[in-house]
Design a protein around this ligand. Structure first.
Ligand SMILES: [Zn+2]
Length: 489
């Protein structure tokens, strides 16, 4: 099926730029690739479908064609699918549980026992949890996510099957940890860890070669965090990533006690980041989650190695871990993306994480103002543009797919969501004078759209996400009515 979408398209081609394109035609070929974009095409001039067929020669002849016109509704727009760069699928049952408990105790009391239940004998429980977390995040417009599962092989294989079944683009991170002092029942030996790691890579490669090529599913090397990994394990994982060209994800400097623990466990290293760096785990395909308490020296190493940070403000607030100085990281030229960090974080929606990113950045500015009242500390505050970028193209960059997804460009894949701020199911009220009308190129028009984006970020939720596509395929459709389908003869 070739689909021609028509309507308003909004995306962030760079962190300082937001593009609002009205009356835009976007053609998506049967492989899910965007192969046609025409901006500012008024349908009052000529029928968009006729225009398309006279102005575009697709690479393959079009057999089945579908036209989706959303141009009549000023409260609807297309937006790139969200990329969640840090999420623990197995912890989903614990969302909202454990408030007030700091990280290391929280892991022992809630996280490790839950993850430890993911075993062959609990396949149905695992299926239930993994199905629900994939579906919940898809409902919220997350088209791509970088997941941690557990140390267990059969349930991690099942998780891979479910990603393919429900059509979410995903990174599968079998958790690697060869010791666990606070909860010894949940750990594996070095040999088992490396063996299971290779088995899950082989499982995905052999069972899903086509999806692997299309980067719909990718194994990701996942040392949980250095305090539960031996030096030989960290070293081997660095080598596995290099030899098999696989991305890496882990945690860094989430909590001050954890940073102290790192100093005790790795006394010969200068800092937390240099431990990972020593074992070749800091690459341009490494996602470092949290990064709340980094020193300037660590920022320099991370920037030099071109790693990305996954900012998890909801989790950092819930577990009182701290306020990550995101603007400082951006100044260091570090790519910052967003993570829900279920279940340290309680929100499955990246839209909510955008909101919390802004609020946490304001708190950072407020705290600084208390100690230095003469300054406004505006530099610490994140803008709507910035968080939109981090939720989409910044996320795509973090997972190494910025040439494929994250924005609307010819050649990229159609990983997208249709947002509707109106309608009976909307989470917000929009008044007549707030609806953009008149000349679409005017400043007044774009100002109104930008105000609506503020409403979306601060008042929106999954009810505003009406439809979701991954790789050109519809994976969520909340519209009752069927689309018109035109078959060309
Ligand atoms: Zn985490």
């Amino acid at each position: 099926m070739y689909t021609l979408f028509y309507g308003t398209f909004i995306h962030t081609p760079s962190i300082n730029e937001i593009e609002i394109r009205t009356n835009t035609l976007v053609g998506v070929d049967p492989t899910g690739r965007i192969d046609f974009i025409r901006y500012n095409y008024s349908k009052s001039d000529r029928d968009p479908v006729k225009f398309f067929f006279t102005n575009h020669t697709p690479s393959e002849p079009i057999k089945n064609f579908n036209f989706q016109d959303h141009s009549n509704n000023p409260l609807q727009f297309f937006f790139p699918g969200f990329v969640d760069t840090h999420i623990h699928a197995s912890q989903y049952p614990n969302v909202g549980i454990g408030i007030g408990v700091p990280l290391l105790d929280w892991l022992k009391e809630y996280t490790f026992p839950t993850e430890n239940a993911f075993k062959q004998e609990n396949m149905e429980m695992a299926r239930d949890v993994y199905t629900k977390v994939i579906n919940r995040t898809l409902q919220n417009g997350t088209t791509c996510a970088s997941y941690f599962t557990t140390i267990d092989l059969p349930t991690t294989e099942l998780f891979s099957d479910l990603l393919i079944k429900y059509g979410q683009r995903g990174f599968v991170g079998k958790v690697c940890m060869d010791h666990n002092e606070p909860y010894p029942e949940y750990a594996e030996s070095f040999t088992d860890c490396i063996d299971v790691q290779q088995k899950i890579i082989n499982y995905i490669d052999q069972k899903y070669p086509k999806e692997r090529r299309e980067k719909l599913i990718t194994p990701i090397i996942t040392p949980r965090f250095a305090p539960v990994c031996s030096e030989p394990l960290l070293e081997t994982l660095g080598m596995v990533s290099k030899s098999q060209n696989l991305p890496i994800q882990t945690h860094i400097a989430e909590n001050l006690k954890e940073v102290e623990l790192m100093k005790e466990l790795f006394p010969k290293f200068e800092n937390y980041a240099s431990v990972y760096d020593h074992f070749s785990l800091l690459t341009n395909r490494t996602i470092l989650a949290h990064a709340v308490h980094l020193t300037d020296k660590e920022c320099e190493i991370i920037s030099e190695r071109k790693c990305s940070i996954s900012h998890c403000p909801t989790s950092n607030t819930f577990l009182s871990s701290g306020e990550a100085p995101v603007k400082k990281y951006l100044k260091h030229n570090i790519n910052v993306s967003l993570g829900t960090d279920l279940s340290g974080g309680f929100e499955s929606s990246i839209l909510s994480i955008m909101k919390h990113s802004i609020l946490v950045s304001h708190h950072l500015a407020i705290t600084k103002r208390h100690s230095d009242p003469k300054k406004e500390h505006k530099d610490d505050k994140l803008s709507i543009n910035e968080v939109m970028y981090m939720a989409t193209l910044g996320g795509a960059k973090a997972v190494g797919l910025s040439d494929m997804v994250g924005s609307f460009e010819v050649g990229k894949k159609w990983d997208a969501q249709l947002i509707d701020l109106g309608g009976k199911d909307s989470s917000m009220d929009i008044f007549e004078w707030q609806v953009p009308s008149g000349k679409v190129v005017s400043k007044e028009y774009t100002d109104k759209v930008e105000q609506l984006l503020g409403k979306w970020v601060f008042n929106g939720d999954d009810r505003n996400c009406r439809k979701v596509w991954v790789n050109g395929k519809v994976v969520i459709d909340k519209e009752v009515k069927r689309e018109d389908e035109w078959v060309l003869v």
